[in-house]
Design a protein around this ligand. Structure first.
Ligand SMILES: [Zn+2]
Length: 63
């Protein structure tokens, strides 16, 4: 099991949440409801997992 650290503050405290995300890419916007993210509970930085990012990008290409 690997330990994750926040890139911003170095904390290892994460909370998993589902948010409605507004994702922007090359001037386009996409609302992604129910997006699973991990949030650093110390500084509030939001992290997306790689599969989630890939799925969002695929939605962009489908537009
Ligand atoms: Zn942090």
């Amino acid at each position: 099991m690997s330990e994750k650290r926040c890139n911003t503050c170095g904390s290892t405290h994460y909370e998993e949440r589902r948010i409605t995300d507004l994702y922007s890419h090359q001037g386009k916007y996409l609302i992604v409801p129910n997006t699973p993210v991990e949030i650093c509970t110390d500084c509030g930085t939001t992290y997306y997992s790689a599969p989630v990012l890939k799925a969002i990008e695929q939605q962009f290409f489908a537009i």
